[in-house]
Write a protein that binds this ligand. Structure first.
Ligand code: ZN
Length: 114
């Protein structure tokens, strides 16, 4: 996948988010990520899921989904804490790099108004 090094953190957050909601399995997550424009394949995603499980963010069990045996991932308490922490950081990063609102820019605008 192009620019994987830069985007991999966003992909991990996306995985944590869906695992914390309804849970996910590898192939379903690949489709979900494709819809968001991330062209990630099983050769990248499966090792990533295994790593996140080993690191204690996810747990998995076998589950039948639409008649097929799947490895189903959900978050651990550590995964949910990491997601909460990341939410605050993502919001801050979004304000800076998308809306161009650095803390200084915010105070500049404030000065102009007054
Ligand atoms: Zn999504």
């Amino acid at each position: 996948m192009p620019e994987y090094e830069i985007l991999s953190g966003l992909i991990r957050l996306h995985i944590l988010y869906h695992a914390s909601r309804e849970g996910l399995f590898g192939l379903g997550m690949i489709h979900e990520l494709r819809e968001h424009g991330y062209k990630i394949g099983p050769g990248t995603l499966y090792p990533l899921l295994h790593r996140m499980e080993k690191q204690g963010y996810l747990r998995s069990r076998e589950r039948v989904v639409d008649g097929k045996q799947r490895r189903w991932y959900t978050t651990t308490p550590r995964g949910r804490r990491a997601l909460l922490e990341a939410k605050a950081r993502v919001g801050e990063l979004f304000r800076e790099i998308v809306k161009d609102e650095t803390p200084e820019a915010r105070s500049h605008r404030h000065h102009k108004k007054t």
